[in-house]
Design a protein around this ligand. Structure first.
Ligand code: HEC
Ligand code: HEC
Ligand code: HEC
Ligand code: HEC
Length: 453
């Protein structure tokens, strides 16, 4: 080996070691609490009013800018999580930890619990520009529980490099453009070691990751334009839409439904089997994903005869373990809200709030006592995962015995898939504004058979 090569190799090794040492000192996740100051980060208003007006306006409409202030977030954090954390040492960490993803700069600044949203503190910035554009990597092996590494300063990280901004330097990042970056907040492990949010992990197991389609390709799409007022024009400016469960248009058509009967003509008293195929054509992860403990997706099937009489068709049972949690039923759940609400004997509220017998596509979360919970931090185990995976088709059947008095003529059968961000009985009980539990129609399909005599 020539001397020069040896020196270069040694220098490279030195750099590598220095890099590793620096990495070891950099704190991420829970360890990063209180390691920064608010003054190290610009406000989104600063980024938005001076140069990035368009991106700022997109972000303002996205949930990212409301992660701390949004009504349901405020209610769940202050009414349930904080009081619960003060009573139960196992979950004590969430008092600070919720903010690691919902108000990351407040968390990094050690301002926890942050002032109420009405105080208009810097926690209200939620997931701001600087949270993402100072992220340089993540600690550990799996992105989760806000383990991104924050490196604020003059250099901002993004898709392009250069010094064309008077305000900051730009470094091209190979981290921000990866799903792992999103995974630092979109995967969450509960204090009991259960994956209570796994959007990036679901994506990784699914077809889109194999084809190189990332979160960004569906939630931050590209368009021609300017990314900064005084900057260059690009054909592929990253849009900061982050449209998801709170955008009814994004939810619309996620699943396609097709209903077909086993026979086209039947007489009163005959049995007809309707098969419904539900195909997930739109999500890169399961549906629902993210806050799975809150969401409810259900299929309602009805038949209408020639005289206009309506019959509700409950879904046929398949017989798998845990199926009872996937069928609308008249039972109480969510008793563990009583801990935070100082009501140890709390009986709970209705589990589903939907028509009995309808199929629910969900994964139930269970508290340490085995009762269903919407408190993801209090989740010790999970039940059957009956959500619809990316590009998966689920088949359901409804067997209907035609009543003796059914009208002769066409019988129309319609399957509707509905979605609610928060199960309604919980929303009503906690006083969460109605938009969080509005019924969103995902899709529907109708077929008909002929009733003859
Ligand atoms: C610093 C943490 C953090 C990072 C990093 C992050 N998110 Fe989020 N994201 C959140 C939080 C918190 C919310 C929930 C806001 C709310 O509803 O309270 C959210 C909401 C969303 C939503 C809206 C979901 C809905 O219910 O409507 C989408 C879509 C989304 N994020 C996509 C992404 C993508 C894509 C990336 C990566 C490019 C990403 N996120 C990176 C924290 C993060
Ligand atoms: C192929 C397109 C596609 C890809 C890839 C994709 N998503 Fe989505 N995502 C959607 C659609 C459509 C919805 C709306 C339906 C829904 O709420 O699940 C959605 C919903 C969401 C939601 C709200 C979920 C819920 O049910 O509350 C979050 C959060 C989210 N995506 C984050 C991500 C992240 C993070 C990634 C990458 C790991 C990603 N998405 C990849 C299409 C995609
Ligand atoms: C949740 C994380 C997140 C938040 C919040 C966020 N960004 Fe971004 N931003 C990204 C990602 C990811 C990219 C694209 C990275 C890539 O494709 O390599 C990006 C790209 C950009 C770009 C480059 C666009 C281009 O195509 O040249 C600008 C400029 C930008 N962001 C500004 C902002 C501003 C200003 C805000 C606040 C109003 C903001 N961002 C908020 C994650 C975020
Ligand atoms: C690892 C990051 C992370 C942590 C920690 C976290 N969240 Fe979230 N939270 C998210 C993301 C990402 C979403 C958006 C998921 C979706 O849209 O489905 C979200 C959504 C929510 C929602 C909104 C549900 C809706 O309807 O959109 C509430 C309320 C919430 N979180 C409360 C909390 C509370 C309270 C805590 C602490 C006990 C907490 N979160 C801890 C990342 C986190």
């Amino acid at each position: 080996m020539r001397k020069k090569t040896v020196i270069m190799a040694a220098a490279a090794l030195g750099l590598l070691l220095a890099g590793l040492a620096a990495q070891a000192l950099v704190k991420s996740g829970e360890q990063a609490l209180g390691t920064r100051k608010y003054s190290e980060y610009q406000t989104p208003q600063f980024c938005g009013t001076s140069c990035h007006g368009d991106i700022y306006q997109q972000w303002r409409q996205a949930m990212m800018s409301q992660a701390y202030t949004h009504h349901w977030d405020e209610i769940e954090y202050f009414k349930l999580a904080v009081p619960h954390a003060e009573k139960d040492s196992v979950v004590a960490g969430v008092k600070a930890g919720c903010n690691g993803c919902h108000a990351p700069i407040a968390f990094l600044a050690g301002d926890v619990p942050p002032p109420l949203p009405e105080k208009n503190s810097r926690a209200n910035e939620s997931v701001s520009c600087e949270v993402c554009h100072t992220a340089v990597g993540f600690g550990g092996d799996v992105p989760h529980n806000f383990n991104f590494i924050s490196s604020p300063g003059r250099t901002k990280y993004g898709p392009r490099a250069g010094r064309n901004s008077p305000e900051h330097d730009l470094a091209r990042s190979d981290f921000l453009n990866k799903a792992e970056f999103c995974g630092t907040c979109h995967n969450e492990m509960s204090p009991y070691g259960v994956w209570v949010k796994s959007t990036q992990l679901e994506w990784k197991d699914g077809p889109y990751s194999r084809e190189g389609v990332r979160c960004h390709d569906c939630h931050m799409t590209y368009a021609d334009g300017f990314s900064a007022a005084m900057g260059n024009r690009y054909p592929d400016v990253r849009q900061h839409l982050f449209h998801g469960a709170h955008d009814n248009g994004k939810v619309a058509g996620v699943i396609e439904l097709r209903v077909h009967p086993d026979i086209r003509e039947a007489e009163p008293g005959d049995r007809v089997k309707f098969t419904i195929a539900l195909f997930n054509q739109k999500t890169g992860h399961k549906f629902p994903s993210g806050s799975v403990e809150d969401r409810i997706v259900w299929m309602h099937v009805e038949a209408v005869d020639a005289a206009g009489r309506v019959y509700h068709l409950p879904v046929d049972r398949k017989g798998f373990a845990g199926e009872e949690f996937t069928i609308g039923s008249d039972v109480l759940a969510y008793q563990d809200m009583g801990i935070a609400l100082n009501d140890p004997g709390f009986k709970g509220v209705q589990r589903d709030g939907i028509p009995l017998g309808d199929r629910i596509f969900r994964m139930p979360y269970f508290d340490p006592q085995g009762r269903m919970t919407i408190q993801q931090w209090n989740t010790k185990s999970q039940g059957v995962d009956y959500r619809i995976g990316p590009r998966e088709t689920k088949l359901e059947t409804c067997t209907f015995t035609l009543p003796q008095d059914v009208a002769i003529g066409p019988l129309q059968v319609t399957a509707v898939l509905n979605y609610q961000k928060l199960v309604k009985p919980v929303a009503d009980f906690l006083g969460v504004p109605a938009d969080e539990s509005e019924i969103v129609r995902v899709n529907a399909h109708t077929t008909s058979i002929e009733v003859v005599d």
